[in-house]
Write a protein that binds this ligand. Structure first.
Ligand code: NAP
Ligand code: MG
Length: 492
């Protein structure tokens, strides 16, 4: 046997902070994306009346993926008429068990086409494939499965009440979870017996259009679901259409307020799922490493493009130094880059407009005296990117603490007592979600019962399930989606 000397010894396995994973991109060759998409009205793809189209781009490459139809008033009119006709003649008359079968069929086709849908979601919106593959698409299927199960049990869902649908639902969704938001909206509406006109966001229309293909392939009767693309005006035309019975909106608080004003005085029912500025609270007795992972997941998940993102961190003084050090170390290891790479933690910012908004709020944060710390990672030359960013030395009044950044930016503050943190955490116009990290169950119950927010996670964050209701307090919205609450919102 050869003698090991200093000269021929294997190099020692020193920890090298510069090591990288080899690229592991998801292949796209099996994905079919047409050059141009029309409006899905009455079971068919039809051209927009005015013949206008807009581009949807890949935010990681700034390349055009496809042209998408812009629906005008006339097209909204056609979609609402198709939905009304389908409601009156087919869907409201169909035995509920039959309706359920169609919804199951949609769920199963989503599962069959999961890989394709996740890739398109990541291409069109910029989110890491790991998230679209493991979260968005499976949860979208799960919502259809869950509500399919309720379709023929409505009279048991709300004992003592006779369940009846509302009619035609107009649904408007944002760009951060395009397919999942479409599922949140369409599945309960159909299960309750309504028909639908849905508009996806301008920057992420593709998976909704793929869902239109799935709905067509599931042989859903024409007009039961209509999917029309366009910008804000198309959304407004849906909101103001007299043939609509219910509006379900998810998006910004600003647009939510406009919608609420235009619906005031009408008989239309509505639910609004709006912005958030969630507090994640770490107590000294928490499992710190677990909490740090939860904080990272809470704010950097989907580039911080999450209404319930844990964008404010409150850490108890005794562990503040440790937690901040660990967060700084951890963001150094986050991989920012190609959304289609399976190793990517943080993908592309959804649009140039959103990137500019993040940049401007971060600049204000620095000007207001905040101390900024960013990962030293390099960013791709093309596309829209933002480094994971931490802010310390911020005041309750800082705009970075008060306003929704909707990007990978965490504002960190400290506290001493339970009472203090409850007051600080509630000091926001929003109230969508929050997180509590502690070893004490009693503290979880005390804090979560005093936080004015719709969803509180304890020792975890960003966990979703179709059976669980979701929605906001204060300016984060009205009404609930998900679970039985979500079903109830689609019934008389
Ligand atoms: P947004 O600008 O409010 O847009 C949401 C949707 O409304 C889009 O489809 C948009 O079309 C459309 N729209 C714009 N102006 C309209 C008008 N006047 N009337 C009717 N519809 C109109 O929000 P976003 O920037 O897409 O999404 C980010 C926001 O959504 C954040 O504030 C986030 O917190 C919130 N969000 C909330 C939840 C929740 O469950 N609470 C979930 C996800 C996101 P265009 O795309 O063409 O502008
Ligand atoms: Mg796009």
């Amino acid at each position: 046997m050869k003698k090991v000397t200093k000269k021929n010894a294997a190099p020692s396995l020193q920890f090298n902070t510069n090591w990288q994973y080899d690229p592991s991109p998801e292949s796209t060759d099996h994905v079919v994306i047409d050059k141009q998409y029309d409006l899905f009205i009455n079971g068919k793809f039809v051209k927009p009346t005015k013949g206008k189209y807009f581009d949807t781009i890949n935010p990681a490459r700034e390349t055009v993926i496809a042209k998408v139809a812009e629906a005008g008033r006339e097209d909204v009119d056609k979609a609402v008429s198709a939905a009304r006709n389908a409601y009156d003649k087919v869907w409201s008359k169909m035995p509920a068990a039959e309706r359920g079968k169609y919804i199951y069929r949609i769920a199963r086709i989503i599962q069959e086409r999961a890989r394709e849908l996740s890739i398109i979601e990541s291409m069109d919106g910029g989110k890491p494939i790991r998230e679209s593959r493991d979260i968005d698409v499976p949860l979208a299927a799960a919502h259809f499965f869950y509500y399919a199960g309720w379709a023929d049990k409505l009279d048991f869902a709300f004992p003592g009440k006779k369940a009846a649908p509302l009619g035609v639902a107009g649904q408007i969704i944002p760009w951060n979870f395009p397919l999942l938001m479409a599922a949140w909206k369409i599945a309960p509406a159909l299960a309750a017996g309504n028909t639908v006109v849905l508009k996806p966001a301008e920057t992420t229309p593709l998976t909704a259009l793929k869902l239109a293909e799935i709905i067509r392939d599931a042989d859903l009767p024409p007009g039961v679901v209509n999917i029309i693309t366009g910008a804000g005006e198309t959304g407004a035309a849906i909101v103001n259409h007299p043939g609509i019975n219910k509006i379900a909106f998810t998006g910004s608080t600003d647009v939510g307020k406009i919608i609420q004003k235009s619906l005031a005085g009408t008989s239309k029912k509505y639910t609004l799922e709006l912005g958030g500025k969630a507090a994640n609270i770490i107590f000294e007795d928490a499992a710190i490493d677990q909490a740090v992972e939860g904080i990272i997941n809470g704010i950097f998940f989907n580039q911080g493009h999450v209404c319930c993102a844990g964008s404010r961190l409150f850490v108890q003084e005794g562990v503040a130094k440790t937690v901040i050090k660990k967060l700084k170390d951890r963001i150094e290891t986050l991989i920012v880059g190609d959304p289609l790479d399976k190793n990517t933690d943080i993908g592309a910012i959804n649009s140039r407009a959103q990137l500019n908004k993040i940049k401007s709020l971060v600049k204000i944060g620095v000007n207001e005296g905040g101390t900024m710390h960013q990962s030293s990672c390099s960013l791709p030359a093309k596309g829209f990117w933002f480094k994971p960013t931490l802010f310390t030395d911020v005041a309750q009044s800082s705009r970075i603490v008060q306003e929704e950044v909707f990007g990978p930016v965490l504002a960190i503050q400290t506290f001493r007592t339970v009472e203090e943190v409850i007051e600080k955490a509630n000091n926001t116009p929003y109230g969508l979600s929050g997180g509590v990290w502690t070893d004490k169950g009693s503290k979880v119950f005390k804090v979560s019962s005093k936080l004015r927010a719709g969803v509180i996670w304890a020792n975890t964050y960003n966990k979703f399930d179709p059976t669980s209701p979701f929605g906001g307090y204060k300016e984060s919205g009205l009404g609930r989606e998900g679970g039985l609450h979500g079903l109830y919102a689609y019934m008389k």
